[in-house]
Design a protein around this ligand. Structure first.
Ligand SMILES: CC(=O)N[C@H](C=O)[C@@H](O)[C@H](O)[C@H](O)COP(=O)(O)O
Ligand SMILES: C=C(OP(=O)(O)O)C(=O)O
Length: 416
């Protein structure tokens, strides 16, 4: 039986406890606190367990050049990526207001801390658990600090391979036994072929002592329901009030009617999962009495004759469509960064930047390195510990990305 633990006060997850359903409001509130409140209420009315946001301290999450780069997307709320993100970011006071509102509505409230400072704030806010977004799953200093705070954690695994996820598991486990890992592919919206639900089975084999879950960005609800049938104990989905609104995530989100149906379907599948013991049940007796077949001889049967029976199948069109969709979403169970995750990784993948000016010839220590969304993208965040003891071949200015060609003896290629 996979480990169970208390994710929120009075709410256990894992084992035979109901799947914990997170309504990810994220940045679908359009920067408007009244819409955010409507969405919290909607999440509660539809039966989800938790309303979740994304909290960033923008100067800690991004380097200056990443904030200054133009953001011309139809989903942009400003000329630069920084202006866009500032429009969508709620202040500490607004977070307190939202938390109070969620409390009144009686739904758990939390956020992903998108950088270490944001985690500090959420810790002060006393959220029940920390969500680690995919962009931080290979940010090992962040993982260690967050795990040490002692709150339960939900760690997402988009843009990652199994080897790094093993490291993530080890790093968190060392400081905190209460966490879950979610299978996730970071593409918006996500095609069924890139979901790879079989990773859930692989995760449960690799990490048998933690509950596992699923964070989905696909359209519709069928695949998320299938994830529960495959053992997901936490399901997270982006939610929206209108899929046509401006914003990167609306299309990959569920509207209230879908969220309510998702919750109902998950609860139905949970009832249907049963205990795995195959036996004839009392509810089958009337059918067995009426239709259970027994053997009669059509003709004289000589000793040694083998009897055969024809089979019948009944198919419903909608059922067949859903089955085909889940078949596409099952994947091969190999956890690796996929080509469809490249746009997300290029935009939000974290890499190494200089915390201070590093003069040519300096031997790197961890104190000199920060993990940020950086422009241009530097060395992968997951390689931070490998940098320690290596020399820089030229001056690196404060807040500048640390590029592979600047570090002596570093030759790893980027993941994609
Ligand atoms: C990887 C990650 O953080 N993904 C998040 C969660 O799924 C997303 O909500 C992003 O914040 C969003 O897609 C970014 O959109 P834009 O770049 O337009 O603000
Ligand atoms: C990005 C997030 O989640 P995921 O990686 O699970 O989509 C998040 O929680 O902010």
């Amino acid at each position: 039986m996979p480990l169970e633990f208390e994710l929120c006060p009075g709410r256990m997850i894992g084992g035979n406890h109901p799947c914990f359903i997170i309504a990810e409001i994220g940045q679908n509130h359009q920067g408007d606190i009244e819409i955010a409140k409507k969405m919290i209420k909607m999440a509660k009315d539809c039966g989800s367990d938790c309303a979740k946001f994304q909290k960033s301290e923008l100067d800690h999450k991004f380097n200056k050049k990443a904030l200054e780069r133009p953001y011309n997307s139809v989903h942009s709320w400003g000329k630069t990526y920084g202006d866009h993100k500032r429009h969508l970011e709620f202040s500490h006071e607004q977070y307190k207001e939202l938390q109070k509102y969620a409390d009144e509505v009686d739904i758990f409230f939390t956020a992903s801390g998108m950088d270490e400072m944001a985690v500090e704030f959420l810790h002060e806010l006393n959220v029940p658990f920390f969500k680690v977004a995919s962009a931080d799953n290979s940010n090992f200093p962040y993982l260690k600090k967050t795990a040490k705070k002692g709150r339960p954690m939900v760690v997402s695994s988009g843009m990652q391979n199994m080897e790094t996820m093993r490291q993530v598991y080890k790093t968190v486990k060392e400081h905190n036994p209460n966490f879950t890992i979610l299978q996730c592919t970071s593409a918006y919206p996500l095609e069924a072929e890139d979901v790879n639900l079989r990773v859930l089975t692989e995760y449960q084999k690799e990490f048998p002592d933690i509950p596992i879950g699923y964070s989905g960005h696909e359209s519709g609800i069928v695949i998320s329901v299938a994830a529960v049938a495959m053992g997901a104990k936490v399901v997270e989905r982006h939610v929206t009030l209108d899929k046509t609104w401006k914003g990167n995530d609306h299309e990959a989100s569920v509207v209230p009617s879908e969220l309510a149906e998702l919750v109902r379907s998950i609860r139905l599948v949970e009832r249907a999962l049963g205990n795995g013991v195959k036996q004839m049940l009392p509810c089958e007796k009337p059918c067995h009495d009426k239709l259970g077949k027994s053997l009669v001889a059509k003709v004289k049967i000589p000793k040694g004759t083998v009897l055969t029976q024809d089979m019948l199948a009944v198919k419903l069109a909608e059922l067949v469509r859903s089955i085909r969709l889940v078949e596409r979403a099952l994947g091969n169970g190999v956890k690796q960064m996929l080509p469809c995750e490249k746009p997300c990784h290029d935009k939000l993948g974290k890499s190494l930047v200089a915390k201070v000016k590093i003069p040519k010839g300096t031997v790197l220590t961890q104190d000199m390195l920060a993990v940020k969304v950086a422009e241009p993208m530097g060395i992968d965040a997951e390689d931070i510990f490998k940098m320690v003891g290596k020399k820089v071949k030229k001056d690196v200015e404060e807040d500048e990305s640390i590029l592979p060609e600047v570090v002596e003896g570093y030759c790893k290629k980027r993941k994609c």
